[in-house]
Design a protein around this ligand. Structure first.
Ligand SMILES: [Zn+2]
Length: 194
């Protein structure tokens, strides 16, 4: 997948002190990378949808007929809400390390507040919120870059697997445009010594 400037710009936090609302921060070798505030925004969008899916009554779940772009082109019945819940949990389990997953489980899945988490995991308030930020950033990126069907954008996920084909994962740094080269205003003929 590729990141675009318009996407990072739309997701950036206006008050972010790192990217100042642009959604990009300097990467390696003159390129740019999405700012962490962009990853956190993606996480929040997915988490909001996760909460919505889990709080629905069982009978409300939508069964949808999805076109399968595979070889046999058979359509399949899918339970989108359940799939989203499962993907959200499985990706988080896979991406986070042991310690981070514990915090994620207590705070995001079981709804424990910071005080309870700090007591349980032996963290102070600062450590807790730093770790929450790191988890949100790690997962936001994973949810967006997941192949072939990313969890984000959420609307596309729920629209079903209609995209033509999976694209290979690209390693991030987005190429930034090169700054315009200033042309010399005056040129002088070079006189060579005879
Ligand atoms: Zn930012």
């Amino acid at each position: 997948m590729e990141w675009t400037r318009s996407e990072t710009l739309a997701l950036a936090q206006q008050s972010c002190t790192f990217c100042h609302g642009l959604g990009l921060r300097p990467g390696r070798a003159g390129s740019s990378a999405p700012c962490n505030c962009v990853f956190r925004a993606i996480f929040r969008a997915c988490y909001t949808r996760f909460i919505k899916c889990t709080s629905k009554e069982k009978y409300v779940s939508r069964v949808s007929l999805e076109a399968n772009p595979g070889r046999l082109r058979k359509s399949v019945w899918g339970l989108k809400n359940e799939e989203f819940i499962a993907d959200f949990c499985l990706v988080s389990r896979r991406v986070l390390d042991e310690q981070q997953y514990k915090l994620f489980k207590f705070h995001f899945l079981l709804g424990a507040d910071w005080k309870l988490c700090c007591r349980r995991l032996n963290l102070d308030r600062g450590e807790f919120f730093h770790e929450v930020y790191r988890i949100q950033q790690k997962l936001g990126r994973a949810f967006r870059e997941l192949e072939p069907y990313a969890l984000y954008p959420v609307d596309e996920y729920f629209a079903g697997p209609t995209r033509e084909k999976a694209r290979p994962v690209t390693i991030f740094p987005v190429e930034t445009e090169k700054p315009p080269q200033a042309k010399p205003v005056l040129t002088f003929p070079v006189r060579r010594a005879a």
